[in-house]
Design a binder for this molecule. Structure first.
Ligand code: SF4
Ligand code: SF4
Length: 352
C-alpha cells in the first residue's frame, strides 16, 4: 500500500523521498513557485512555494521539504497566502520591474504571481540594481535589475546541460549571477545553448534577436523538429506575421527534454537569407554558374552518371545525403544509389 499524507485535508499518495511540491503536483494541486526547476536539485530560494505543515514551527518551502507519512500540509491557509504575497512583493521591490517596458510581460511568472496574489501595490522602495545591462553577445541580453536570484539559470546550466558556466557570485545585496571571473557571457565558458534563458522565469535573460519583434500573446507557437542534425530535437517556433521571431524547446518531449543547442535555438535566420539557392545552378565551361530549370539540371546529372558508369563502373560514384533530410528522403537516396546506380557507396553526414 502506498504511503499517504494529507493535503488540504485530502488523503494523497506519495513516494519516499518526494518533496511536497512534487507530491502535490501529482495529486493535481499546483503550488506556485519561481525557483523550482524540474529535474534539478531543489534550492528553496524564492520561498514562494511556502506551505503550512501541522506541528512545524514555521512555514516550509514545498520544493525542498520531503513528505512524510501522515504529514498534514496546507497550501493556501491564511498564513500561507499572506507570506506568499509578501514574498512576491519583496521580489518585485528587489529590482526594476516595470512591466510596461519589459519584453517578458505576458509570459512572466512573477507578473502572473503578483496577479494571482492580488498584489495591487508594492510598499517597499524598489532597488534599481547596481549592475549594467549586458548586451555584448549576439544572443542573450542579461538585465540584472530584473533578476530575482531564483537560481534557475544556474541549475539549468550546471545540472540540466552541465556546462557549468555560471554560478552565484558576491554576497548580500551585491549578489549576482556570474560567469567564472564575472566576465561577460561571450568571454566566458558559456556555449550559448540558451538553457539559462529558457529557465529564467522573469525578464532578466532575454533573446536579443527577438527584442521588440512581438509580445508573447501576438505570436503563434508551432511545434517542429529542429532542422540541423539527426538528433531530432523538438522545438517551438514563435511566429508573428508569418516570421519566426524566436525558438524555444518543447518541455518534456523526447529526445531533447526541453534542451536545445546554440544552432537549434538561435540559428534560424538562414531561412530568410537572400543568398539561399532557389533554382539549380549549372557550372559553364568558363567556371561561371548559370541558373537552370530542374529538368535541365537533372538531365545533365543523369547523363554524367551514365558516362561515368559506362567508363569506370558504378563504384566510381558515391552519394552523401544531408543530415537535415527527412527519413523518407534518406531512404530514397540509398535506394537510388543501391538499386538504380548499383553501388553501396552511400552515406549520410550524421554529424551532430
Ligand atoms: S547559454 Fe548555456 S552555457 Fe551559457 S550560461 Fe546559459 S546555460 Fe550556461
Ligand atoms: S537570471 Fe533569471 S533565472 Fe537566473 S537567477 Fe536571475 S531571475 Fe533567476
Amino acid at each position: 500500500m502506498a504511503d499517504t499524507f494529507l493535503l488540504n485535508g485530502k488523503e494523497m499518495p506519495f513516494t519516499q523521498g518526494q518533496m511536497i511540491l512534487e507530491a502535490a503536483r501529482n495529486g493535481g494541486i499546483e503550488i506556485p513557485t519561481l525557483c523550482y526547476l524540474k529535474g534539478s536539485t531543489p534550492t528553496g530560494a524564492c520561498r514562494v512555494c511556502c506551505v503550512e505543515v501541522k506541528g512545524a514551527r514555521s512555514l516550509v518551502a514545498a520544493c525542498s521539504t520531503p513528505v512524510t507519512a501522515g504529514m498534514e500540509v496546507f497550501t493556501s491557509s491564511e498564513s500561507v497566502r499572506k507570506a506568499r504575497k509578501l514574498n512576491v512583493e519583496l521580489l518585485l521591490s528587489s529590482g526594476s520591474h516595470n512591466c510596461l517596458a519589459c519584453e517578458k510581460s505576458g509570459d512572466c511568472r512573477l507578473q502572473d504571481l503578483a496577479r494571482q496574489c492580488r498584489l495591487d501595490e508594492v510598499r517597499f522602495e524598489a532597488d534599481a540594481g547596481k549592475y549594467p545591462v549586458e548586451k555584448d553577445n549576439p544572443f542573450i541580453i542579461r538585465d540584472f535589475s530584473r533578476c530575482i536570484l531564483c537560481g534557475r539559470c544556474v541549475q539549468a546550466c550546471n545540472e540540466v546541460v552541465v556546462n557549468r558556466a555560471i554560478s552565484f557570485g558576491y554576497r548580500g545585496a551585491a549578489s549576482k549571477i556570474v560567469t567564472g571571473g564575472d566576465v561577460p557571457y561571450n568571454e566566458s565558458e558559456c556555449v550559448f545553448c540558451g538553457q539559462c534563458l529558457e529557465a529564467c522565469p522573469v525578464g532578466a535573460l532575454m533573446e536579443k534577436k527577438a527584442s521588440g519583434l512581438g509580445r508573447p500573446w501576438e505570436t503563434q507557437k508551432i511545434r517542429t523538429t529542429c532542422p540541423y542534425c539527426g538528433v531530432g530535437c523538438q522545438q517551438l517556433l514563435h511566429v508573428k506575421d508569418g516570421k519566426i521571431i524566436k525558438v524555444t524547446a518543447v518541455e518534456d518531449a523526447q529526445p531533447n527534454q526541453g534542451r536545445l543547442c546554440v544552432k537549434g535555438r538561435f540559428a534560424y535566420d538562414f531561412i530568410y537569407s537572400e543568398e539561399r539557392l532557389k533554382t539549380p545552378l549549372i557550372r559553364e565551361k568558363n567556371g561561371e554558374f548559370r541558373e537552370a530549370s530542374w529538368d535541365e539540371a537533372l538531365d545533365l546529372v543523369a547523363t554524367k552518371f551514365k558516362e561515368i558508369i559506362k567508363k569506370d563502373g558504378p563504384d566510381a560514384i558515391a552519394g552523401v545525403s544531408c543530415a537535415r533530410s527527412i527519413n523518407e528522403d534518406s531512404y530514397q537516396m540509398q535506394k537510388l544509389f543501391r538499386a538504380v546506380i548499383g553501388t553501396n557507396n552511400i552515406d549520410h553526414c550524421a554529424r551532430t
